[in-house]
Design a protein around this ligand. Structure first.
Ligand SMILES: [Zn+2]
Length: 492
């Protein structure tokens, strides 16, 4: 038994100016990919576990993951896809892929569909199993070119490994002779907001996931997945998809349609109404004060690293300082120029900084940096190992880091955009974020498992960034129209 397992992940924000060079993927091949993946809390980790338990000959041609950013160049996609396609061409009994579902490269709107179609062409007849992200924009081409498929059922994603194990179990059934199941996809015209996809709170997403789990207990169903989709992607297929895997075509189709109907009926729940920033800041001030209880957490979700944000917009910090808020900890803000200036000045020395807003955002009005004076209280490497529940054990490198302590705020500045996975982000730079009165993070969801329990309140703050929840700010050209809620539409 020869099994190919590979991981190739990118969530592409087609509006993002953040580049996606090959090195962002940190591509590993062969033994290095295997070593990185083994035991990891990813679908790839579960695939490796399955193949090793089976005593199969395991081929791991690729493990490559880049944080969300703009479209990769075509040759980046080609370079990463090539070893996987080549391994498939050499022959195997099964192929297990850990993909995202919303990768776009220059000239390729549907990278996963393209990859799967090419693999199928080189390895006709070999069963292909795919694990996908809940934010995948699922296309018919993906569904047509695999045999079993499942996506995460949690956001924040804490079931990546479980999803991989589910796909591996389905593949085991195929290899044991259960025959090939059917995969059906339903794609109602809904462009859902990422902030409305939290599965931890009551709402449409939690309801749909509950329904999917119930459907999975039914006779003949192998898997049922609710894909919220990734809205900041100007491709025809962006938006909500429901995918079911079942013994036969009609069972799969009926299950996908049942989920699709429930999504359509509950579509209003996918719309995020954002409050003006001043209103959110007033709410934050009202929630602060009193001993204990931790800081008020302000989430700058318009510039979210894990959706392709530049992590350098400065609106929320600027407005908070202007509103007289003090005891602020903010960051990480990506500004290599400011980091260089602070490192040159050295710890303990005063600097005048022009911070943030340095990356031009296509389609957005120009916005000046924030002028700050203060002391450099840290200048060193921005490195830590994640202890939180997502990417546990992963070593994070934010590039060089520096901390500016100014009146009212302590600001962590880094050379690379970075999602605050856990307290290590700040602790590696000598900051205790829990002792702040206000904690400003550029995050939408991933910081929540760690930071929410430590904070007295969570306030979502709108800002003009490339991951804004205000979809009217974006110029969609390829997206299939009409689509709810961008267009008046009364039926799917
Ligand atoms: Zn996701």
């Amino acid at each position: 038994m020869r099994i190919i397992a590979a991981r190739f992940n990118h969530e592409t924000n087609t509006f993002s100016p953040v580049p996606t060079p090959l090195e962002n993927f940190g591509p590993l091949h062969g033994a290095a990919a295997l070593e990185f993946g083994r035991g990891s809390a990813t679908a790839f980790g579960a695939f490796i576990d399955y193949a090793e338990r089976m005593g199969a000959e395991l081929v791991t041609p690729l493990c490559a993951t880049a944080n969300p950013s703009g479209p990769a160049a075509r040759d980046v996609f080609e370079a990463l896809a090539a070893p996987v396609i080549e391994a498939a061409r050499e022959g195997c009994d099964a192929i297990l892929l850990d993909l995202h579902g919303a990768m776009v490269a220059e000239g390729i709107d549907d990278c996963e569909g393209e990859l799967l179609a090419r693999i199928r062409e080189k390895a006709p007849g070999v069963p292909i199993g795919v694990a996908l992200d809940l934010h995948g924009n699922i296309t018919e081409r993906m569904v047509q070119n695999c045999d079993v498929l499942a996506g995460f059922k949690t956001y924040p994603h804490i079931d990546m490994r479980e999803t991989g194990a589910h796909v591996a179990r389905m593949m085991a059934r195929v290899l044991e002779g259960a025959g090939r199941p059917w995969v059906a996809r339903v794609h109602p015209p809904i462009l859902a907001q990422t902030l409305r996809m939290n599965t931890e709170v009551p709402g449409i997403m939690a309801d749909l996931i509950d329904l999917a789990r119930e459907i999975e207990t039914r006779e003949g169903i192998w898997a049922a997945t609710v894909f919220g989709g990734f809205p900041l992607s100007d491709i025809p297929d962006a938006g909500v998809s429901l995918v079911a895997v079942a013994d036969d075509a009609s069972t799969a189709q009926a299950a996908a349609e049942e989920l699709g109907e429930a999504a359509w009926q509950g579509r209003a729940g996918f719309v995020y109404e954002e409050a003006p920033l001043e209103v959110s800041l007033a709410e934050a001030r009202a929630a602060s004060g009193g001993g204990g209880g931790g800081p008020v957490l302000l989430l700058d979700h318009g510039d979210n690293c894990m959706s392709g944000g530049t992590c350098d917009t400065i609106d929320v910090l600027r407005a908070a300082l202007r509103a007289g808020m003090r005891g602020i900890v903010a960051g990480p803000i990506c500004d290599p120029e400011a980091v260089a200036q602070m490192h040159a000045a050295g710890e303990g020395n005063a600097v005048e900084l022009r911070l943030g807003n340095k990356v031009a955002l296509p389609g957005f009005p120009e916005n000046p940096p924030l002028d700050l004076t203060g002391d450099v209280t840290f200048a060193g490497p921005g490195r830590y190992v994640v202890r939180g529940p997502i990417y546990t054990g992963q070593c994070c490198d934010m590039g060089r880091a520096a901390v500016l302590t100014t009146e009212g705020a302590t600001v962590l500045v880094t050379e690379r955009p970075h999602e605050p996975w856990d307290l290590g982000v700040f602790e590696c730079a000598g900051i205790d974020p829990v002792s702040a009165d206000f904690l400003i993070l550029k995050s939408r969801m991933y910081c929540r498992p760690v930071f929410e329990p430590l904070c007295r309140a969570v306030i979502e703050c709108a800002s003009a960034g490339i991951t804004s929840s205000n979809l009217d700010l974006f110029d969609f050209r390829k997206l299939a129209r009409p689509i709810y809620p961008l267009d008046p539409i009364s039926s799917k």
